[in-house]
Design a binder for this molecule. Structure first.
Ligand code: GLC
Length: 742
């Protein structure tokens, strides 16, 4: 026995120490040659350590996990909450299993770890790719210090339906911006070298088109054309794959009736063959087994066969389909062992790339963990991104910014002074330290003069505050110079399995707003939410509205900087806010239709009879405390050929009295193509800082590459012909020019 162990250890020792062997392929192949079929299948099996998710199964479950590691029938865990237990499991793998293959530990680090960043949808409204990358870098620093090797992020589903609870996890409705943000997140997590201690494996999810679930209902059917799949939903995944992301995750949904976990066209043909993706694909939670419910397999054996024959899932997350059935399927000749070898190799390569074979304990560094929890840079990075993510939606009579010397201020509403978990964070907050969250009251208290009186209403501590509480809140409002109403929906109302059929302010928060408005006091509405809401009444009646989203650990400090003008809000919406629920789906890059509405209330045009076509707040919209004027939009030529570059320039001037940032946007429109093209498509942006009175010329570059689309033969190419280019501060506030591709 000893001899066998020694023989086994030899190849690792050689490979691990001998860094000259660059070829991880060779290393993985060498290990696979030593493995039994059961051990290879074990690497495809991932278990969730339940007590991280609440149901403490006690010792029975723990013995099961440890036995599985000992027997080599598990290769990965998710949701393992504490470092000591990870160390224990890894020691069993390294000292008691036959093959001594290191375990890879995963967790949903979706927007920060311990220090929670704003939700990804909020982050996307900053349009600040560097700040977003830095946020994931910080998350990777903190998570890797606590034994997380692999995060199930970024979620890069394009979303056009705010009824879906998971829009909070994505980057909104635009494919092109979503692709840029996906790359920034991959770079943040994986850095430039996965083998470093502070970089972690990322995971592009959910592949694919999960955001197109019918009616925004969670886990619902997706019925889209191949064109829409390729044009709208796949590009962010292709960008992540091209950026070197190490893993993908299947989505729960079907596309044209085929569940992603068994969708050969989507995973084997497009991802693994057409895109030549060499990483591995993990199922979503039991999504392989769920093919039974989808009705495309008759039993557990069949779901495992379907996924492995089609090579659509390399790792089975918590579904037990592979570990229960694959050995028998191979013995019955129903699944080629070569497919299992391929899946196993993809996973082993990731473990080699992370350096886990070289040092299985490299991420278990308690000193680094303690240091990371004290690093002041991390909360500051979160605060920076939080304030850049906030969007000023309305500011009549320039109520905002407030003065720090203000005599008194009333803070009213469920989010005024909450210490409840997820009120400022979202559904995905594993590892969050709720005690460290700075709430709105604390942030404002840190900001204003000591003489300022802050009246905090605590009776409306929840969204369903009763009439008597509302009357008390009115009394609080009457005492103050200005009222800040803190309302919204907390992390229990959005996130996974939190689709809503109504997307107004939940509870009777609107009744509270009405009552407080009646006092005649200046009112600032601060929204804490994880999705676009229907705010028509609020927009008609409240003079100032600030979208704060779910800002994370530094919520109060970031908000205080914005409310009191230390930071001039610069965020721009990446997802349209519908005018009404019935308008959904509404997004800026719609097709023109055969009867485009030109003027309001035209008859026999594509429109509603009772509401406008435009959303309440459009994509790319966001106000500032200052004003920016756009002028001198000019093209370097009126036409280009397929090898030339068109320069589109514009001058922006800060004509207000506050310094501030402006996100200058550039869109195109293909006027005549083989298929109908969107009325606008974002193809460039630049975030600039201008002092009051300062102006700057911004120049965008366009090439034929930017003009490509999936034509009538589903070939991705640009047509010769005429185009429009639009430049402005939102998708609706633009100046247009025309040019041709010759
Ligand atoms: C969930 C989510 C997925 C997450 C996984 C592990 O069901 O769909 O995004 O990464 O399970 O928690």
């Amino acid at each position: 026995m000893k001899k066998t162990i020694l023989l086994l250890l030899l190849p690792y020792a050689v490979m691990a120490q001998n860094t000259s062997i660059k070829n991880i392929d060779f290393k993985a192949d060498s290990v696979i040659k030593l493995m039994t079929l059961e051990e290879k299948i074990g690497q495809l099996n991932q278990l969730s350590i339940e007590f991280a998710t609440g149901n403490k199964d006690g010792s029975a479950a723990l013995n099961y996990y440890e036995e599985s590691v000992r027997n080599g029938t598990v290769g990965s865990f998710l949701n393992t909450p504490n470092l000591d237990y990870k160390i224990k499991l890894q020691k069993i793998a390294m000292n008691e299993s036959r093959m001594k293959i290191p375990i890879i530990f995963a967790l949903d680090v979706i927007h920060g770890y311990k220090v929670i960043a704003p939700i990804p949808l909020a982050q996307s409204c900053s349009w600040d790719l560097k700040a977003i990358e830095k946020s994931e870098r910080v998350a990777a620093e903190m998570a890797s210090a606590d034994g997380v090797h692999w995060t199930f992020a970024p979620m890069i589903d394009v979303t056009r339906d705010p009824r879906w609870g998971r829009v909070m996890e994505g980057s909104g409705e635009d494919t092109w911006l979503g692709s840029k943000i996906a790359v920034a997140r991959v770079k943040g997590f994986q850095g430039d070298d996965l083998s470093k201690n502070n970089t972690i494996l990322a995971c592009a999810k959910h592949f694919a088109a999960y955001g197109a679930a019918e009616a925004g209902r969670e886990y619902n059917t997706v019925e889209i054309s191949e064109r829409q799949l390729r044009e709208v939903y796949l590009p962010p995944f292709k960008a992540a794959a091209d950026a070197g992301i190490g893993s993908f995750m299947n989505s729960f949904n079907t596309i044209s009736g085929i569940p992603s976990s068994g969708n050969k066209h989507l995973v084997k043909d497009i991802l693994k063959t057409e895109w030549n993706f060499k990483g591995f694909v993990v199922s979503d939670w039991a999504s392989i087994s769920e093919m039974l419910n989808h009705g495309v397999a008759k039993d557990t054996m069949d779901v495992a066969r379907l996924a492995m024959v089609n090579q659509t899932s390399d790792m089975d997350m918590e579904g037990m389909a592979y570990i229960k059935s694959l050995k028998k399927l191979v013995e019955q000749g129903k699944v080629p062992e070569a497919n299992i070898n391929d899946a196993c190799k993809r996973i082993l390569k990731a473990k080699f790339a992370l350096g886990l074979f070289q040092d299985p304990f490299k991420y278990f560094d308690k000193k680094r963990k303690e240091a990371s929890l004290k690093n002041p840079e991390y909360p500051l990075a979160s605060r920076d991104l939080a304030k850049k993510s906030m969007v000023l939606l309305k500011n009549d009579n320039n109520i905002l910014p407030l003065k720090k010397s203000i005599k008194s201020i009333a803070l009213i509403g469920a989010f005024a002074n909450s210490k409840k978990d997820r009120d400022y964070m979202s559904f995905w907050t594993f590892g969050a330290e709720q005690k460290n969250v700075i709430n709105l009251y604390e942030g404002i208290k840190n900001k204003v003069n000591a003489t300022t009186q802050i009246f905090v209403d605590t009776l409306c501590g929840k969204v369903d505050c009763q009439q008597n509480a509302i009357e008390k809140a009115v009394q609080t409002a009457l005492k103050a110079e200005v009222v800040v109403l803190a309302v919204g929906e907390n992390g229990e109302r959005n996130g996974e399995c939190r689709s809503r059929s109504e997307i107004n302010l939940p509870g009777n928060q609107q009744a509270l707003i009405r009552a407080v408005l009646k006092t005649g006091k200046p009112v600032v509405l601060v929204l804490f939410n994880g999705r676009p809401l229907t705010l028509k009444w609020e927009n008609d009646n409240v003079p100032a509205i600030l979208e704060a989203w779910q800002p994370g650990t530094e919520a109060g400090n970031a908000l205080a900087e914005v409310l009191f003008g230390d930071y001039n809000p610069s965020g721009k919406l990446t997802m349209s806010f519908p005018y009404a629920l019935g308008q959904i789906p509404v997004y800026y890059n719609q097709l023109p239709t055969g009867r485009p509405l030109v003027k309001p209330n035209e008859m026999w045009k594509s429109t509603f009879s009772d509401i406008p076509n435009e959303p309440l707040y459009p994509f790319g919209f966001g106000l500032s405390y200052t004003k920016f004027s756009y002028s001198d939009v000019a093209l370097s030529a009126s036409e280009i050929n397929i090898n030339q570059t068109l320069e589109v320039s514009v001058t922006i001037k800060n004509i207000g009295k506050y310094d501030g940032e402006e996100i200058v946007q550039m869109y195109i429109r293909d006027l005549v193509a083989e298929v109908s093209r969107p009325v606008k498509e974002l193809r460039g942006f630049e975030k600039i800082y201008l002092k009051a009175g300062e102006s700057k010329k911004v120049t965008f570059k366009l090439t034929a590459e930017d003009l490509k689309y999936w034509n009538s033969d589903l070939v991705y190419k640009a047509d010769l012909g005429d185009f429009k280019v639009f430049v402005g501060g939102s998708s609706v506030d633009v100046t247009e020019k025309v040019f041709s591709l010759k």
